[in-house]
Design a protein. Sequence first.
Length: 260
Amino acid sequence: MTAADFRKIGSRLASAFRLSTRPLVVYGTDVLPAGVTPMAGVNRCFAVSLYRMAAGHEIPAIYVGAGATEGCCLGGLYHVGYIPVPDDIKYFVSTGRKDVRGGAAEFLKASPDLVERCTAAAGPIHPPGKYLVVQACEALPDPMPEVLSLCIFGNGEQIRNMAALVHFDRDDPFSPVIVPWGSSCSTFITFPAGLAENTPKNTAFMGPQDPTQNHSLPPEMMALGIPAGMAVRMAENLDASFVTRRPQVAFPRHAAQQDR
């Protein structure tokens, strides 16, 4: 995807879908560009860090990787490939075990064995390089890095419309957009960037369905993780699609707006 200008793609998508947030890109590198902040300097949680970067303008980019893992969520580091899966995760996200975190549990899965099977189904997770960088599209450096995916935050209407645009040039009615099980950072980064070996190709990932992030995301906020090639096609399809040709359908004036 080195030929694509993701500054322009991000700008086009943000304008077309009337986003108040900044589209973010994910890429791997062995040489950090200037002005990139270690993720732990924003928040230990990947999902919180990404949302803060997208919702504001103070943080142009964050990174994790060699020499920049201290203070980061261990689950997040696993989900982007920089550490092996921590053994206690299968207990913590399911029913708990007395000798793991004092028995604390999230009850997201019915059993530790089920968590193990889901982990195996996703396959090994491979980091994209010495460092993983998440950067606002508008802040991308020259030369353009090889972008792996985009993460876009929006309200329900905006994300529904983006999902519809994904389907615009696809003949499969079921699989182009899915809601995967897993952490929020998996939806935002791991799966759309293709870091998990068994990730389905040419698929966008909607979510997050992880309720542990409900405290940190506005209740109306959703996200779409989009592989880079798919984002290019979405930008190319904008002018032929309902987004441009029928904006009154994509973004109707709702009753609350009409009363103003």
